[in-house]
Design a protein around this ligand. Sequence first.
Ligand code: UD1
Ligand code: UDP
Length: 390
Amino acid sequence: MQQIKILNIVGARPQIIKASAISRAIRTHFSKDFAEIIVHTGQHYDKEMSAIFFDELEIHKPHYNLGVGSASHGRQTSMMITGIEEVLLKEKPDCVILYGDTNSTLAGALAASKLHYPVIHIEAGLRSFNKSMPEELNRIMSDHVSTLLFAPTNAAFKNLMSEGFKPENSPPYTISNPKIYLTGDIMYDNSMFFAGLAEKKKAGFLSDMSLERDNYVLVTIHRDSNTDDILRLKEILVTLKSLAEENNMKLIMPLHPRTIVSLKTRLKELYDDLSRCSYVIIIPPVSFLEMILLEKNCRIIVTDSGGVQKESHFFKKPCIVLRKETEWIELVKNGTAKLVDADPLMIRREFLSYINSPDVLEYPGFYGDGKTAEFILNEIRLMFEKELSL
Ligand code: UD1
Ligand code: UDP
């Protein structure tokens, strides 16, 4: 069989990290089977939101960078669709791989499906059931034009079934006869793979940040619902600052550029106050290895990130989720993540309960065996083999 040509579409930080699991599995196990073209939409473009991951995670530099940058949803997505369509017409891949739920995912799904390229969606089926989130719209629309859908959790697989996807479909798979799989999570592959390396390569990072193992709080905030609503952002940060002071624990906050912009332009007084506080360390986004180190060694994580919620589980840390709902509901059912919205009382209650709790928390293996990327690539290969034999 000829090599299968895949077009890997990335754009936002977590997608670059996710794509590294697929790239690594191709390099180590499937180099004869797949040729990979990487398209970067340019949704994220600052060095620490993009280039740093290509360098550190040893991913091939993008073959195409569409350089779309930041814009309103419609404008950004339409520029991506135009760029991706041009690449598709030139490269004529066998299939397109998409990750997650960003505008880059949706643009890839629309451009590829309209040109009749099979779409492979990794992280399919996740739902928050909150359609006011841009990500929820992106996920639903991307899933419904996909041919192979890889659901990372039982809940995601069930969501697909309840939307009419049939696990019993048989080949040949098409957009009208899609196949759904329950896999693990490729981010678990990544965290397991890079955890040891992070300790070795970033040995001095914690002391450089003046952090003591097991005695600091890792905080990330980037959802538009938190960054663009300054009342919420203020309540979250004021509450966390006082919890840090009262409990003599530092807060380390590698902040997304949009959060920094909100703070500096709309909450300047609070930003200055936080910058002066010896318990608060605000830094620009960190590399994935640095992030793993911060996650592995903290006492507790506070976040609104999807990826960081799961990583809290991989590294066995309790997690306070600054949202009303989550797609990773198994964490909440397990009691190791708590949804607190942006409510100061709930943040305080759950934070204190975790740090003072004598209970030993359990972290069952919800996310596969660390070989999800291999499983996915094998299924893609089988799809093309079956197509040839039919
Ligand atoms: C996007 C995704 C979100 C994902 C997040 C991962 C959508 C709708 N949202 O949100 O699902 O969780 O990425 O991080 O696709 N900015 C910079 N430099 C950059 C990138 C962004 O300064 O390199 C600033 C710009 O002011 C921009 C803002 O961040 O307007 C938002 O960026 P955007 O990519 O639109 O959304 P994210 O919040 O990053
Ligand atoms: N991450 C990182 N550096 C940071 C913040 C996050 O490497 O400063 C990683 C994090 O470990 C996770 C991913 O980025 O793997 C999550 O991305 P983000 O929170 O931006 O988006 P989400 O997962 O919510 O879509």
